[in-house]
Design a protein around this ligand. Structure first.
Ligand code: LMR
Length: 398
């Protein structure tokens, strides 16, 4: 039966990561997969995470099953982190939540939940969006529609085109938005734009579905949650998928959360029961360790403080790398404006170079970026900056 199977193409991001690992070029530089790296080029375990793990080693008393929803305390702490402890939807008990295997688990379970609610609802995704959004959501059978988002000429959000296109959405459709640090473009909605999209959702009966994979890596923990909190203030229903991969550096521990905000507490409980049923039939329940770390950190004042400081240091370092990158490119005298990189948020920006130029960077310099020209700025450091800038400018001048 298996002899007729054909090999599938590799994932555009994970395939690149594997190729990089196999490359023997001593100068190679991985700016592909979205992983934060420090000045030495390592992806360290955060000190607060180390402390929580040490504590867990002593206090964890069982490896018995948790539950499809995960632990009560993890879900509570994540609700407080994402919505703010005083948010009205928390006070009114209008949220169902589940600890999930990473942000991917949250997104896929959201799609399964949407299919169970109404198989005719479409999910509208930005063009472009994270390469795995479409397989993750489409794999559950949901209809995907696209709205224009990034203007490659202006290097910014093409907001008017986005709004105009969403006029074609139907009541009950879901609108996938990136909570902050848009992946792959780094171009975020500003506060006025969030307000306008919220009004659009209210007017047309669209349900926001926010992917928040980078809270704290854009402008700050609360600042990055502006859109989520505004929409939860205003609209009766929404979905929010979060990830602790980046802001806690827990990539391989697969730690995320899915929130369903509903019109009242009873509806939230009913929606939760549908979600937990889906989870049970997919993976039964989520892994524990990463979420136990997050729960420990967020429940302890000292560790929480330390984590926030570490997160702030990562955020500020990414911002300064963005600045340095623009300065160094400008200093080469190349006749091309890259200043938009400094205005964007999070790990990624598009360089705006061709796939051929991306391939040349890889072939001639061992520099790995995604074919779309998405670069992970957080993979740079002081030592490698000149190497990267010289290679980029060299390729642009050919
Ligand atoms: C990325 O966009 O590079 C990360 O979110 C990692 C992944 O799984 O694609």
């Amino acid at each position: 039966m298996f002899e007729g199977l054909k090999a599938l193409p590799q994932d555009p991001i994970l395939g690149l990561m594997m190729k990089f690992r196999e490359d023997t070029n001593p100068d190679k530089l991985d700016l592909g997969v979205g992983v934060y790296k420090d000045e030495q080029g390592n992806t360290p375990i955060m000190e607060s995470v180390h402390l929580a793990e040490q504590q867990l080693l002593i206090t964890e008393s069982t490896k018995s099953y948790i539950a499809p929803a995960g632990t009560i305390l993890y879900n509570q702490r994540m609700r407080e982190l994402v919505f703010g402890a005083d948010h009205v939807v928390l006070k009114e008990g209008r949220i169902a939540s589940a600890q999930t295997p990473g942000g991917c688990g949250a997104l896929r379970m959201a799609a399964e939940f949407i299919q169970g609610c109404n198989a005719d609802s479409a999910v509208w995704v930005s063009t472009p969006t994270w390469a795995n959004h479409i397989p993750l959501l489409g794999g559950a059978g949901v209809t995907i529609k696209e709205y224009p988002y990034y203007d490659y000429e202006q290097n910014n959000v093409q907001f008017d085109a986005m709004l105009a296109s969403l006029e074609a959405a139907s009541a009950g459709d879901f609108l996938l938005l990136h909570g902050c640090c848009h992946n792959p473009s780094g171009a975020d909605l500003n506060q006025e734009q969030w307000q306008a999209v919220t009004e659009l959702c209210a007017r047309k009966g669209l349900i926001p579905f926010i992917d928040m994979a980078y809270q704290g890596l854009g402008s700050g923990l609360d600042e990055d949650a502006y859109g989520v909190r505004l929409m939860a203030d205003t609209l009766p229903e929404m979905l929010v998928a979060t990830s602790c991969s980046k802001n806690f550096g827990l990539y391989r521990e697969r730690t995320g959360t899915l929130f369903i905000v509903a019109g009242n507490a009873e509806q939230a409980a009913n929606a939760g029961s549908q979600l937990f049923n889906k989870i049970r039939s997919h993976y039964s329940m989520p892994p524990s360790h990463g979420a136990a770390i997050v729960e420990t950190i967020l429940s302890d004042t000292g560790m929480n403080q330390q984590w926030q400081e570490e997160l702030q240091a990562m955020r500020q370092r990414i911002q300064s790398l963005r600045k340095m990158l623009v300065q160094k490119i400008t200093a080469t005298g190349i006749d091309r404006d890259f200043s938009f990189i400094e205005q964007q948020f999070g790990m990624f920006s598009f360089l705006g170079i061709t796939p051929q130029q991306v391939a040349q960077l890889q072939r001639d310099y061992g520099i790995y970026i995604v074919d779309s020209s998405r670069v992970n700025v957080a993979g740079l450091n002081d030592d490698r900056m000149d190497y990267f800038v010289n290679a980029l400018v060299e390729v642009l001048r050919r």
